[in-house]
Design a protein around this ligand. Structure first.
Ligand code: PMP
Length: 319
């Protein structure tokens, strides 16, 4: 495969098949995970970065001189920086301090600039800072992924379609983590249009508020919300799984040790939820989930140190 543009490497990621029973799930059921960490920027957000930049150009909202400013946990920044390279766009990303150093280094390697906001102000603090910066920067553009309909649209047109086609429509449940809610809502919208019987399962870390909180910090990175995503309006969600840091990281380490899949903690949390979902469904079910990013961007956070035992037969069965 010869390519001449990094954008050609975005999307069409492989779907990894797991025997649910080997992960502590129901015997006879299967879990499929889209390996989104194999996108060139290392995450699912390459799809969004491409869409945001492309559509903004198409709509005439940006030109070659525009400064893009965005609050991001890191992966969206990497995706946008990748998409902006060919245009030489200037980019500034507002990142809460707690987010991984590696993601910030990758953003800088791609030529973009980082502005920090205090960890205790959360993503809301980053959003406010980005808005203030945009106000004082001439010819700036603020995509605001949390409120931009291009966010779910990016996944509806690409990821939702890929998943449905790869599994020939044989899907019982779609399970995905929620940060901005764009990937969940976009893929869900596509799948619902094909088959409204597919179950939708949202995943959040303990400390997020989808299951009514209580809100607090968590180590699982990339998912968890401080407000209900606007993209969830009109979506019928069948279950929300709240996953503890311990469970999410156990699954993350288990994936590395037993399957050679080096993914981040939001992938571990998604898999933990997919295993729970297998127990809610009859044997023979097919559950599809997403592994949003790679684990090597969290090495400084020692994500691979600790237990990888899934405690099979123990607490993972008690739902
Ligand atoms: N996992 C990781 C690692 C992420 O960075 C993100 C985005 N913050 C998500 C999952 C959730 O994606 P979304 O914003 O589309 O809900």
């Amino acid at each position: 495969m010869i390519v001449k543009d990094v954008k050609e490497l975005i999307g069409n990621t492989p779907l990894f098949q797991f025997d649910a029973a080997l992960l502590g799930g129901k015997s006879g059921s299967q879990i499929f995970a889209k390996l989104e960490y194999l996108n060139p920027g290392g995450s699912i957000k390459d799809r969004l970065g491409l869409q945001l930049i492309h559509q903004a150009f198409l709509r005439g909202e940006i030109d070659q001189e525009t400064t893009i400013i965005e609050p991001t946990a890191g992966n969206t920044g990497i995706g946008m920086a990748l998409a902006g390279i060919e245009h030489g766009l200037k980019m500034i990303f507002v990142v809460p301090e707690k987010f991984s150093l590696e993601k910030q280094q990758v953003i800088q390697a791609l030529g973009a600039q980082i502005v920090h906001t205090p960890t205790n102000k959360g993503i809301q603090g980053a959003i406010e800072k980005a808005k203030a910066l945009a106000k004082e920067t001439p010819n700036s553009y603020l995509p605001l992924q949390f409120h931009n309909e291009e966010n779910p649209a990016a996944y509806r047109r690409t990821l939702g379609l890929e998943i449905y086609q790869e599994l020939h429509g044989k899907i019982d449940s779609f399970v995905a983590g929620v940060g901005s809610g764009g990937t969940f809502a976009g893929v869900a919208a596509y799948l619902m249009k094909q088959n409204a019987k597919i179950r939708l399962i949202a995943v959040e870390p303990e400390g997020s508020i989808l299951n009514n909180g209580p809100a607090h910090g968590h180590e699982i990175e990339g998912i968890g919300v401080e407000f209900i995503p606007q993209f969830f309006d009109g979506l019928m969600i069948d279950a929300i799984d709240t996953i503890s840091d311990d469970e999410g990281f156990r699954f993350t380490r288990h994936l590395a040790k037993n399957y050679g899949l080096l993914v981040g903690s939001s992938s571990g949390a998604a898999l933990a939820s997919a295993v729970r979902e297998s127990w809610r469904l009859p044997s023979g079910s097919k559950i599809v989930t997403l592994f949003p990013d790679s684990g090597d961007r969290y090495l400084s956070k020692h994500i691979y140190e600790g237990e990888s035992d899934l405690d099979i037969g123990g607490k993972n069965h008690a739902f």
